[in-house]
Design a protein around this ligand. Structure first.
Ligand code: HEC
Ligand code: HEC
Length: 153
């Protein structure tokens, strides 16, 4: 393919936009690591056909202490319990930026329950999309209350 100067410029701009989007709000997070893209929909990329298709996840997200927390205010050490429709349980723990993720095979829809110290938050509905931030974001969508959160003890 012949690429002229104008096209190259546009391509560089697009690449930069992607880097900014992925890094935005992740604080200490680096591209391509477990601390990347806090608060964003991990499954936007970590799926078959996505930018991170080599590393697909079934469930992934970021835990916060409140529904309107900033993206870089993730909570470390919260427990995320996922129960699938066959009764299989996957227990995850949020990392230094609040991220959690798994590639365990799961039967959807799944339920989610969070614990941090004495605080518990249970999602009252079952979901068919394991990308928590596809609904739990700022601003939220599909009726979610905001970020995935459990009150910090
Ligand atoms: C804009 C696309 C994009 C988003 C959104 C994204 N990632 Fe990634 N991620 C990547 C790419 C690309 C890689 C590098 C994949 C590879 O090494 O094959 C990567 C790599 C990773 C890795 C390392 C994988 C390995 O095998 O070493 C982890 C862990 C990870 N991401 C977690 C997350 C989490 C958790 C989220 C959400 C909070 C997230 N990512 C959101 C694109 C993304
Ligand atoms: C399809 C959209 C959607 C997805 C995806 C989703 N949620 Fe939710 N979540 C909601 C809605 C809607 C509510 C509020 C339901 C209500 O109050 O009736 C909610 C509520 C919650 C709550 C309770 C909030 C509170 O007030 O204490 C938790 C915890 C939660 N979700 C965790 C998760 C986790 C973890 C994931 C990813 C595994 C996830 N959610 C994925 C839509 C979603």
């Amino acid at each position: 393919m012949r690429t002229n100067r104008k096209t190259l410029g546009r391509m560089a701009g697009a690449a930069l936009a992607v880097v900014i989007a992925a890094g935005c709000g992740s604080g200490e997070g680096g591209e391509g690591s477990a601390t990347m893209a806090a608060g964003e929909n991990c499954l936007g990329c970590h799926v078959d056909g996505g930018k991170a298709s080599e590393r697909p996840f079934t469930v992934a997200g970021t835990v916060y202490g409140s529904p309107d927390a900033a993206a870089n205010e993730g909570v470390e050490g919260a427990q995320v319990k996922i129960t699938d429709s066959a009764g299989k349980v996957v227990n995850l723990t949020s990392n230094s930026v609040g991220n959690f993720f798994t590639d365990e095979s799961l039967a959807f829809p799944v339920r989610a329950e969070l614990k941090d110290g004495g605080s518990v938050a249970v999602m009252p509905i079952a979901i068919t999309n394991g990308g928590c931030a596809s609904c739990h974001a700022q601003p939220p969508s599909n009726g979610a209350p905001g970020r995935v959160f459990v009150a910090t003890p």
